[in-house]
Every structure is written in structure tokens, then in C-alpha cells.
Design a protein around this ligand. Structure first.
Ligand code: ATP
Length: 286
């Protein structure tokens, strides 16, 4: 699938090298908006059970579309999956409603947080439990658990969400997803518009939820640096195609990823001619 995989074999950390079946497997999907706009072209990826996997790429690469294809949210935008298949927890899910998916344990936290601004933080969190049928005592227990992971939310629980900070709203959106007792969270651009310290705080919580609660994560991120510090595996999307994938450490050390996505280069400042060859090095795009 990718230049990287062809040049340097995937390590044992690769989702494909896992022996247990992945919790999520996206197989060669194509997505078309408005019947004509082909946005995803044969995207395949997998998330191991209990893993944190990142989808990386610039603006418009197709990260959000991939997440929405998985959680079946494309119809609202006149998009549809026209090819390929998606499996979650051992079953095909392309025809399930987002509601049904949440009941099965797969939930998406949309880009831009999307809290109910006129509800308090606590009311927002409780809306996350609406698909549950295990009673108010269990829901209350989980609310306390969310507060244990997000002490800031406990402090702000009676505040209207609309008046809280961007970081608190992002925490509220993740906390609300947790209230559905998910096996997996699809997290779209958690770092967007947030100060680096808050981004770090949110990623730390994601890591904690992953290791302590066993929640698997698929993160869509433009912040490659941060995502590759917390994910174990990454897929790089460009114009709707996976152009590279690999173990996070390998991606962090890859020269092309450093130059194109991490803004780091070991070389001196480049001349125009060198810039041309630099662009040619983007051969994985072919
Ligand atoms: P961003 O970080 O900006 O959200 P992204 O990688 O998540 O970028 P997408 O939002 O998935 O990218 O968009 C991928 C492509 O699909 C873009 O070219 C975008 O213009 C196009 N697109 C997204 N939504 C629609 C839509 N509802 N109708 C038509 N085209 C769309």
C-alpha cells in the first residue's frame, strides 16, 4: 500500500502484524460526495484492539471523511461509501446507523468539539449516556469516573458549556463520548485551536484512557508531532489516499515525514534546485 512499507518492512508493532483480529478494519474504501466528487480512493487501515492509531495529513487530505465513513455520518453531507468494507469488533458496519454503532461501542468525537452550549458541562456529559440501558446508578458511577479523568470538568460541572474554554469543551466532548462506554473512540483533530499545554493535557488523558480503560483510539490529526508521540501506528493521507503507513517511531524518524510533516530537516537551507528535487522526493504521491 505504501512506499514506506515497500522500502522498509513494517515492524512487529504494525497493526497488520498483530495476531489478534483488529477492533477496526477499513478495507479499500472509496467515498464520493454529491454523486461525483471522489474523495477517498481505496483507503485501508486497521486499529488493533487496545491500540492508538493516528490518521495524519494536511487540510483536506480526507481524514474527517475517513472517520465519518466509519461512523456512518456521511449521509448528512451527501457523501457515501461506494466501494470497500468496514468491520468493527468482528462485524460489518457499513449499514448501521451512528446510533447503532454507539450501542456497539464505536463513537466519534467530531472536529470542533460540538458541545451543547446552553447546557451545563454535567448535562452535556449525561447526554452521552442516552443509548445506555444499564440504569442511573451505573451512569452516575461513570460520571464520577469521567470527573476523575478530567478534574477540570468536575470544577466546571455547573457552568454552561458555551462559556467554558476551548480545552474544557474538548474535554467535555471526549468525556461525553466516554459516557457511552465505548470500546473505541474516533477522535477528530483534538488539538485544533488549542494551546500546546492543553493539547498535551488532552493527549495524556487519551493515553490514560487507553491504558487504564482499554479504549481503542483512531485519531485524525494535523499535529503530526503530537499524534506520533502518543499513537503506536500512523497512516498518512494525501488527497484521499494512504501514501505511507508505519509504526509511530519509524514515521517520526523517516526523513520525508520529518520534512513534510514535522517541519524538521537535517540538511542546510535548500536552494531552489534542491527544492525541486525535494518535491520530486515526494515520490510516494505517485
Ligand atoms: P480538515 O483537517 O480540513 O478537516 P481533512 O483531512 O479532514 O481536512 P476532509 O474534511 O475529509 O479532509 O475533506 C477531504 C476532501 O473532501 C476535501 O477536498 C474537501 O473539500 C472535500 N469535502 C469534504 N466534505 C465535503 C462535502 N460535504 N461535499 C463535497 N466535498 C467535500
Amino acid at each position: 500500500m505504501s512506499a514506506l512499507t515497500a522500502e522498509s518492512p513494517a515492524t512487529d508493532a504494525s497493526p497488520r502484524a498483530e495476531t489478534a483480529p483488529p477492533i477496526l478494519s477499513v478495507n479499500n474504501i472509496e467515498v464520493i460526495y454529491d454523486h461525483v466528487i471522489l474523495v477517498l480512493k481505496g483507503v485501508s487501515l486497521s486499529v488493533p484492539r487496545g491500540g492508538i492509531v493516528a490518521i495524519l495529513g494536511a487540510n483536506g487530505a480526507g481524514k474527517t471523511t475517513t472517520l465519518k465513513a466509519i461512523s456512518n455520518l456521511l449521509h448528512a453531507e451527501r457523501g457515501e461509501v461506494t466501494k470497500g468494507s468496514i468491520e468493527f469488533d468482528g462485524a460489518r458496519i457499513e449499514k448501521l446507523s451512528p446510533n447503532e454503532l454507539v450501542k456497539r461501542g464505536c463513537i466519534q468525537v467530531l472536529e470542533g468539539r460540538h458541545c451543547f452550549g446552553h447546557l451545563t458541562i454535567e448535562e452535556n456529559l449525561l447526554t452521552g449516556a442516552f443509548t445506555r440501558r444499564d440504569g442511573s446508578a451505573a451512569i452516575k458511577r461513570d460520571l464520577e469516573k469521567v470527573y476523575a479523568y478530567f478534574p477540570r470538568l468536575k470544577e466546571r460541572r455547573t457552568s454552561m458549556a458555551g462559556y467554558t474554554s476551548g480545552g474544557e469543551q474538548q474535554m467535555c466532548a471526549v468525556g461525553r463520548a466516554l459516557m457511552s462506554k465505548p470500546k473505541m473512540i474516533l477522535l477528530d483533530e483534538p488539538s485544533m485551536g488549542l494551546a500546546p499545554q492543553i493539547v498535551e493535557e488532552i493527549f495524556e488523558i487519551v493515553q490514560n484512557l487507553n491504558s487504564k480503560e482499554g479504549v481503542s483510539f483512531l485519531l485524525a490529526e494535523q499535529n503530526t508531532n503530537m499524534a506520533l508521540r502518543y499513537a503506536t501506528y500512523g497512516y498518512i493521507l494525501e488527497t484521499g489516499r494512504v501514501v505511507m503507513d508505519g509504526d509511530a517511531k519509524m514515521l517520526r524518524e523517516n526523513e520525508d515525514v520529518k520534512e513534510f510533516y514535522l517541519g524538521v530537516s537535517g540538511a542546510d537551507r535548500r536552494s531552489f534546485r534542491q527544492v525541486k528535487s525535494y518535491k520530486r522526493r515526494k515520490r510516494w504521491l505517485a
